[in-house]
Write a protein that binds this ligand. Structure first.
Ligand SMILES: [Zn+2]
Ligand SMILES: [Zn+2]
Length: 356
């Protein structure tokens, strides 16, 4: 490989032993009539963990009460005014919040688009999940950790302290719960929806899924007690999940490599994204198109080879904080060579290998 990346293999953990990771197919749950976000298997494993007076972490990368509020009649969700994303329901404000710009509004009683009263929250966020967990195990001490809880200056540490001193049995939370603390009494980890990153339109989505599961699994079994990780998914055959369940880094690399190579993604090429932002959508699009043409022409004129110019296309979050975003993608080697051809200014950004 031209980048000189070496594989550092960790064949044994410093301490403890690997947790047993199981994949639960949520399509079977639905087919057998379980419409709850927790599978029967996860419920069983959590119950057993509670009986043994050990601790559980339940991971869900979605804050709030529900993913979004949808109209059953026209199928549209309640959107942010400034961003092209759905608003998320939150109990503490009794309303809906945009996770990108913070815009909030009261829960509407009728659909903005068709006026139907048949609107309801769909999906589950950490807040609602916490409520469900408390109902399922009424005698368990349940804590929640997500950025809404952690916003106060001490609450992040308070939650961790309470949990690590074993003054709580179950911790429900977002990726904040996957970060590095050593919690020997955690012998059960549940991943409520491992598919979320797989749906992300990003070439790294398989890698994100793999590392999420590998990282979450690393929370369990840290002092050698037998422990279980239950990963809920609707894609149990996906190599990212299969390899993560086996802790097989090498296997994941080998499965991921051909796709990256075929589509010329890192590590086979660098990626850069030029983003044009404007309050006027048409202006953003046409200006991004002009930039793409100017870059392509410039590369040709200067005899710079090995860089492809693609787009423009709308950004994943097309509208953000009231501004529209259009992107031109560059792929190839030595993308810095093209930087001087890209427009500059406050409406433009040029990121090499950007994180979406
Ligand atoms: Zn409607
Ligand atoms: Zn917003």
């Amino acid at each position: 490989m031209n980048g000189g990346i070496a594989l550092a293999r960790l064949t044994e953990r410093v301490r403890g032993r690997d947790a047993h990771v199981e994949l639960v197919d949520m399509r079977d749950e639905a087919a057998e009539g379980n419409r709850q976000p927790l599978s029967r298997r996860l419920v069983e494993v959590v119950s057993r963990t509670l009986e043994r007076e050990e601790q559980t972490i339940i991971y869900l990368n979605r804050r709030g009460m529900a993913t979004f509020v949808m109209c059953r009649d026209c199928g549209r969700s309640v959107q942010c005014l400034g961003c092209s994303v759905a608003l998320v329901q939150h109990a503490e404000i009794e309303g809906l919040v945009c996770h990108y710009c913070g815009y909030s509004r009261a829960m509407p009683s009728v659909c903005d688009f068709c006026g139907s009263r048949n609107i309801r929250g769909l999906g589950v966020g950490t807040q609602r999940l916490e409520g469900m967990v408390k109902k399922l195990w009424p005698s368990a001490r349940v804590l929640r950790l997500d950025s809404d809880v952690a916003r106060g200056p001490d609450s992040y540490f308070n939650v961790w302290e309470t949990f690590s001193e074993q003054r709580a049995d179950i911790l429900v939370g977002t990726q904040l719960v996957t970060r590095g603390l050593d919690l020997p009494a955690v012998t059960c980890v549940g991943v409520v929806d491992a598919d979320l990153p797989l749906h992300f339109p990003d070439y790294r989505s398989a890698e994100s899924t793999f590392s999420l599961v590998a990282q979450v699994a690393g929370r369990a079994g840290r002092d050698g007690r037998s422990s279980r990780v239950v990963v809920q998914t609707s894609n149990p055959e996906h190599y990212a999940l299969q390899c993560a369940a086996e802790g097989d880094y090498q296997g994941f690399y080998e499965a991921e490599r051909p796709a990256r190579k075929a589509f010329v993604f890192p590590p086979f090429a660098d990626l850069a994204v030029l983003t044009r932002t404007d309050r006027d959508d048409t202006k953003a699009a046409s200006s991004a198109r002009e930039a793409a043409e100017a870059i392509a022409t410039g590369l040709l004129r200067e005899g710079i080879e090995g860089i492809r110019v693609m787009g423009p296309s709308p950004a994943f979050i097309h509208k953000l904080r009231g501004e529209y975003r259009w992107q031109v993608t560059l792929k190839g080697d030595g993308l810095e060579r093209a930087r001087h051809l890209a427009p500059r200014g406050k409406d433009w950004s040029f990121d090499v290998d950007p994180v979406t």
